[in-house]
Design a protein. Structure first.
Length: 470
């Protein structure tokens, strides 16, 4: 064994965590010890030292919607791998891709007729933007390229997906490479509870770009990481639909997280007052068992290509591969046969209420939002119950750290430089979690937030005394 590599003992990692200097893996954050997760079962995962954690985040990224260790999905992958694991779909198709497309269209919002498969969520979003552009070019409107989107969002790590958000902290050194898209502020309780200010910002963006140059408005029906469980008020969706009709741009939804059941609907966009023209989805389609994404388009988008060049060739090596499609089919079958989308729809409201009650009385907590099994907790400075918490206190990061120490997997987000969001936490369990497991997640999470709140309260008192940040 070469020096610096992680030790393996009896087929298992001997260490429960790995430092960046002791691995050949290039980690996201150098200097942070990375826990080694070795196995999972349902909503529980286990590290290399045998310690178990309750997974309240569906694998950490909201992808493992059916929990860990599903033998039916594993078996579907094994059977398909023995038949045919891979065939490139540039000039070929395969029965699994064809069947999965049929199944997705059957549960998609009305008017959706075609599916193009991708490898992952960022790929699906890139392809949605390419399809929107192609739609206009095929119709003879080649000047349409500009995209307008909400500033406070997260769509992925590629150049185009980074450009879709107005968060400079995410752009980092890549700013010079990013397309200069236009952004509008979110309609949150703090800035714009009615949605009218966002519509006015959209009108300004349309005027700045020139309405005839706008290809698409791109957004999340319900936000995930950037503004957990937030959705604009109905008035914004109505106004967006009116402007689409008037100016001719497309509406594209990022449903990488919310698609395939997360919010209690097969697709969250079906519940808005502005049904999209294109949907990009991914995580729940593979449920953590395969990397697969999909772009769904309404009939008029497909017809523009079919009536024009009859070509749309962008794609990746693994798009629509039989093995990944077999997993997607097994996931949809499990969701249907176990009525899990209905379970999330029916159980979600009471889960939100239980989380809100558990957090009641904790002064850091301003709001608990929820749509199905996508919930968000927003924290504020308890000194006025409105302001963002001082960034230097790292409240969201501390909540995740304490949760992990106490055997709970959570995901929280830090304040953003643009001032649209502060410390927040996500709560996104697998659809298969039992009522007892959900109750345990809520209880552990409330204990964690309460513990951090006590420490933060003392630190804020010191800041107030010394005239520190507010």
């Amino acid at each position: 064994m070469r020096a610096g590599t992680a030790r393996v003992k009896g087929g298992r990692m001997a260490d429960a965590s790995i430092q960046s200097e002791r691995t050949h893996v290039f980690p996201l954050e150098l200097g942070r010890a990375m826990p080694v997760i070795a196995r999972g079962d349902g909503v529980w995962i286990e590290d290399a030292a045998g310690r178990r954690y309750l997974d309240a985040m569906s694998g950490g990224s909201m992808a493992a919607t059916l929990g860990h260790g599903r033998r039916d999905i594993i078996e579907a992958a094994r059977v398909q791998a023995e038949k045919l694991a891979y065939a490139h779909n540039e000039r070929l198709t395969n029965p699994l891709q064809e069947r999965l497309a049929d199944e997705l269209i059957a549960v998609a919002p009305e008017g959706f007729r075609r599916v193009k498969f991708t490898v992952a969520g960022a790929d699906a979003i890139e392809m949605a933007i390419q399809l929107a552009r192609s739609y206009h070019v095929e119709r003879g409107e080649g000047d349409r390229w500009q995209v307008i989107s909400p500033a406070q969002a997260y769509h992925g790590p590629t150049m185009e997906t980074l450009a879709l958000t107005g968060r400079p902290g995410l752009h980092g050194p890549f700013g010079p490479y990013l397309p200069q898209h236009l952004h509008i502020p979110p309609s949150t309780w703090r800035f714009d509870p009615s949605g009218e200010a966002a519509l006015e910002a959209l009108d300004r963006a349309l005027e700045q770009a020139g309405p005839g140059n706008v290809s698409a408005f791109f957004c999340e029906a319900i936000s995930a990481a950037a503004l957990p469980a937030y959705t604009p008020p109905r008035r914004f969706w109505e106004g967006l639909a009116e402007r689409r009709e008037r100016f001719g741009f497309l509406v594209c939804f990022d449903e990488v997280v919310t698609g395939v059941g997360r919010t209690g609907n097969w697709f969250a966009g079906a519940a808005t007052a502005c049904v999209p023209d294109i949907i990009a989805t991914a995580k729940g389609l593979g449920a953590g068992y395969a990397a697969i994404g999909a772009v769904l388009v309404r009939e008029h988008v497909y017809d523009a290509v079919a009536g024009g060049s009859r070509r749309f060739t962008p794609g990746h090596t693994w798009d629509g591969a039989p093995l990944a499609a077999a997993v997607g089919l097994a996931v949809l079958e499990a969701l249907r046969s176990e009525r899990l989308v209905e379970r999330v729809r029916d159980r979600g409201p009471s889960l939100r209420d239980e989380l809100e009650r558990a957090l009641a009385g904790i002064p850091l907590v301003r709001e608990v939002r929820g749509h199905g099994y996508l919930l968000g907790v927003e924290y504020v400075d308890p000194r006025d119950n409105t302001s963002f918490l001082p960034r230097e206190l790292r409240v969201a990061g501390r909540i995740d750290d304490v949760a992990f120490e106490r055997g709970l997997i959570t995901l929280s987000t830090q304040p953003t430089r643009d001032g649209f969001a502060g410390d927040q936490s996500l709560f996104a369990p697998a659809f298969t979690a039992t009522d007892e497991e959900l109750a345990e997640m809520v209880s552990r999470f409330a204990e964690v937030v309460g513990h951090v709140a006590e420490d933060v309260g003392r630190e804020l008192s010191i800041l107030s005394t010394t005239g520190g940040a507010r």
